[in-house]
Design a protein around this ligand. Sequence first.
Ligand code: TMP
Length: 210
Amino acid sequence: MKGQFIVFEGIEGGGKTSQIEQTREWLQKGGLGKPLDVIQTREPGGTELGQKLRSLLLNDHSLHIDDRSELLLYAADRAQHVNQFLKPQLKEGKIILCDRFIDSTTAYQGYGRGLDLDLIRQLNAIASDGLESDLTLWLDVEVETGLQRVQERGKRDRVEESDLAFHQRVREGYTALAEQFPQRIIPINANESPQQVQAAIQKTLLAHLS
Ligand code: TMP
């Protein structure tokens, strides 16, 4: 199988992180018929520069970051990730599971912060250097359920601290994207139990990749 770029998206509390780990193990153990060479990465933070940007963007609560500056920092993280990591790994035939990609910018900075969607589309094209996911799994959870799960986890980052209305706009953003790109973006009901969500992910990958 040639390299595949699989992205996981969604608002906070949809269980992305543990679902990606379980999916990686399943694919490595031969879930699609034979053991695959799978790697896991994320945005922001998939490169050394990205880790520094991630820390600035999410963990430094004393720092004021203007909305447009925030947009450009996510784009810088992506440009580095695409050229230094994603494209070379895909060339080597790796299956990449990536926690967030361009749809996060449309949903959070576009729908959430209200920045111009056309500007974001252009910036996404520059930052991704034309790279598109083969498949995007959108872990869709009700905003209240997602934020409740985040609260139970304890420590919250800068974005998770934003209000309910912000996260509702972000979810509307994902809904609009899924309607616009039904071939690429597959919704997964993440209100279900982790076992049910993992089963739905596996079923989707079997249908689209094997
Ligand atoms: P997470 O990877 O733990 O979900 O956290 C990443 C946070 O960064 C999440 O709140 C969404 C936010 N984000 C954006 O706002 N825009 C982006 O383009 C990306 C990649 C992430």
